[in-house]
Write a protein that binds this ligand. Structure first.
Ligand code: ZN
Ligand code: ZN
Ligand code: FE
Length: 758
């Protein structure tokens, strides 16, 4: 019976296309002496094997045990088949089937084999900037449609030469069916232009560009998911000029270094950070600066970290090996617009920024910024999830209806669900200008196409003015579900952790439209998937000037101080009161007392801003969250001690009073305690008070699991301190490890809340 000659069909689903899966199957079939065929389908990979039963069994086992590095198998289904008496095993052409559910791989950094060939003078691809194989290269950014075959990618414009075609056709070759396969003779090529679009060089482009960067010039470089603006990170004048021209006052620039040895010259690299840096996803990792270091102060001013990455394309390797400690490689955009991907667009947009353009003729179909990560409390935390990760899905605990979730306003991403998978888009950006809105709509169309779903349920924020909300409301023939911002934050955290509710949800955030029309952000919610109640929040405080109070934290400082001290505020000796004239402060307090343009907020982010201003750290910010971030950087972790805190219970909701904390901070300042100790004490106070509240709520509700979400959890002291304190008190704590805790993760939560189980 065991030696019976039989046939079987095996359907494999998951990330199995463009990752060398078919050649792997081919070689495995030969090894196990099986005949038949394998092909890509829109659902994944379909295999027909014939041979001795026990060989088929071992083949089947090896299929999941020995799969290629980049493959991610989500299901393997076996079906009995009729014998077709195949003479051999072969790989056949793709079929377009009804169900187009194959998962597309993210873009993958150049592999070690390709790096070797890139630098081997005898290799036919020596120094070829677009070298790739089935284990590496572009994917998501060059796909126009599925299945993932060359005619559906931006490589369709390049006809392979005989040598490349032979590799592509040879199942034993590393480039077998590598869709972007190319070489010097047949593939994409580089061109260097000056600022007047005059071609400077098309031979030694990289060496010439490196020379220009060495001279302190700015070069726009077309990469994998878009353009970068590059400058020598050791050259003050170059980095300063880039900052001025890009209208980017203080936000840190990302940098790229050739190898770990060079990174270690200017940054401290922990072992887990080293693994993350060199993973094939190649994100930007926030690394602690080594002081002193040789990089310009302008790279990352007033910041403890360098956002650092290793090269991920062959072009980066060719460029970086030219004796640079690091290059600034910042997204090629102006201020908050989407990153530029098109040569023509880049020439127009960077005409007064870039001195030169190093560009190529392989089109980018879908832009994708670099991902930004940080290691905190033993896990990778996303600040931005994009290139290298998208479109890999978040796996859900069960199947839900197809939903399109439109995300929030800032750091927007969208999310589409299919079965038990949630596909988050790449980082889209702040939906405040037309070009970002265009990109938002294009991404929705693109993702619907490659996922082959057209959801009838559309989720969006409760905020009536978000452009993403307006977009959702403008759609015809769909059911729109409005989701409260912080409920979405918590639901996203529950989803990626496959946690069943109810949970105690701590949503520490800067902003978010509340059900009462006020601005929430220091919330404890009792949350389930489809409903929530508010258990606690910071008591409301006016934001004098509304959004102006976000840009100018001193306004928040005045608001908290006035709330705590009333008219006694004039007797206080504080940096913030000295820096601003008494007239200005009286004017702000007038707005508060007369309730003019002063919406109320329960935001924890604003409280951090206010403390930062009171301590004299930041009165004005150049980007959202800067004041709170600088407070974190300055704060001494575990400085010990904490301020008195207090809450009142009102209608079964605990309301945290800020006045006792503010009074404690002011008293310490008057006693000459340093801002770094006060900052540490303030962090400790927040951790302690929310832990106490969670314990009270546990008593009231018996809920023992806690989900942490919201932009304020980008603060590492807060995140690791909160996890530690809650775990010490025997709570089960869930935090974000797959999507950002900031608004980049909102779309996932919206989708979860809007989609019902199927
Ligand atoms: Zn490779
Ligand atoms: Zn070729
Ligand atoms: Fe938020």
């Amino acid at each position: 019976m065991q030696r019976e000659y039989t046939a079987r069909r095996i359907e494999v689903e998951g990330i199995v296309q463009g990752v060398g899966f078919r050649p792997f199957v081919y070689q495995l079939a030969i090894f196990h002496n099986l005949k038949g065929e394998v092909l890509n389908t829109s659902a994944g990979v379909s295999i027909h094997v014939e041979g001795i039963h026990e060989n088929i069994e071992s083949f089947s086992r090896d299929l999941s045990d020995k799969k290629p590095l980049l493959a991610r198998v989500t299901s393997v289904s076996n079906y009995p088949e009729k014998l077709k008496n195949f003479a051999d095993f072969s790989i056949i052409k793709s079929k377009i089937m009804e169900l187009r559910s194959a998962l597309i791989s993210p873009d993958v950094s150049i592999c070690d084999d390709c790096i070797k060939e890139l630098f081997a003078p005898q290799d036919r691809r020596f120094q070829y900037p677009f070298i790739n194989c089935t284990n590496c290269g572009p994917r998501y950014t060059i796909i126009g449609d599925i299945p993932y075959d060359r005619p559906n990618t931006s490589m369709k414009n390049f006809r392979m030469c005989a040598k490349c075609q032979a590799e592509y056709d040879d199942p034993g070759n590393r480039r077998f069916h590598a869709q972007p396969n190319a070489c010097h003779d047949c593939g994409p090529s580089l061109t260097l232009y000056d600022n007047n679009r005059k071609m400077i060089d098309d031979k030694n482009t990289v060496a010439t560009a490196a020379g220009l960067l060495k001279q302190g010039l700015i070069v726009a470089i077309k990469g994998l998911g878009g353009f970068h603006l590059a400058a020598d990170a050791e050259n003050d004048k170059a980095v300063y000029t880039l900052r001025k021209k890009k209208l980017r006052e203080e936000k840190p620039f990302a940098i790229m270094s050739f190898d770990m040895e060079r990174i270690k010259r200017f940054a401290v690299v922990e072992p887990d950070e080293e693994i993350l840096l060199s993973s094939y996803r190649r994100p930007i990792v926030l690394l602690k600066k080594k002081e002193p270091n040789s990089l310009s102060l302008e790279v990352s001013p007033r910041n403890k970290y360098f956002g650092t990455m290793l090269p991920y394309t062959p072009l980066h390797y060719l460029l970086l090996r030219h004796d640079f400690t690091a290059l600034v490689m910042t997204s090629g955009n102006r201020s908050e617009e989407p990153i530029s991907i098109d040569n023509e667009d880049a020439f127009n947009r960077f005409s007064d920024i870039a001195d030169f353009y190093l560009t190529h003729n392989r089109d980018i179909y879908l832009r994708s910024d670099d991902s930004i990560t940080k290691r905190t409390a033993g896990a990778t935390r996303f600040i931005r999830r994009s290139r290298g990760y998208v479109p890999e899905p978040v796996f859900l605990s069960r199947k839900i209806d197809p939903v399109l979730a439109c995300g929030a306003e800032m750091k927007n991403t969208i999310c589409i669900t299919r079965d038990n998978k949630a596909f988050l888009s790449q980082h889209i950006g702040d939906l405040e200008n037309l070009s970002t809105l265009d990109f938002f709509e294009l991404t929705i169309r693109h993702m619907k196409r490659i996922l082959d779903v057209d959801p009838e349920i559309v989720a969006c924020d409760l905020h009536p003015d978000y452009l993403s909300t307006k977009y959702a409301l403008s759609l015809k023939n769909v059911k729109v579900v409005r989701v409260q911002h912080h409920h979405a934050h918590i639901a996203g955290c529950m989803a990626e952790n496959m946690a069943e509710g109810p949970v105690i949800g701590l949503s520490f955030d800067g902003t978010g439209y509340g059900e009462d029309g006020k601005i929430w952000g220091g919330e404890i919610l009792i949350a389930e998937k489809q409903r929530f109640t508010r258990a606690a929040h910071i008591s409301y405080i006016p934001m004098p000037g509304s959004v102006a109070a976000i840009r100018e934290p001193w306004r928040m400082a005045a608001s908290y101080l006035y709330d705590a001290f009333g008219e006694e505020i004039w007797g206080l000796d504080l940096p913030v009161l000295k820096e601003k004239s008494e007239d200005k402060i009286r004017f702000i307090i007038g707005m508060i007392t007369k309730k003019i343009n002063s919406p109320e907020t329960s935001s924890l982010g604003r409280l951090f801003d206010g403390i930062s201003a009171i301590l004299g750290i930041r009165q004005h910010v150049c980007f959202e969250g800067q004041a709170a971030m600088e407070l974190e950087m300055l704060s001494e972790e575990n400085s010990g001690g904490k301020y008195d805190y207090e809450w009142i219970s009102d209608d079964n909701v605990y309301k945290i009073l800020t006045a006792p904390i503010i009074k404690g901070v002011v008293s310490d300042l008057h006693n000459g305690i340093t801002p770094s100790v006060i900052g540490g004490k303030f962090h400790g106070t927040v951790i302690c008070l929310y832990t106490e509240l969670c314990k009270m709520i546990r008593k009231d509700t018996d809920i023992e699991q806690i989900a942490l979400s919201g932009g304020a959890f980008q603060n590492s002291i807060l995140l690791s301190g909160m996890i530690k304190s809650l775990e010490e008190n025997r709570f089960k704590v869930y935090s974000h490890k797959f999507v950002p805790s900031n608004d980049g993760g909102i779309s996932l939560g919206q989708a979860m809340i809007a989609g019902t189980d199927i």
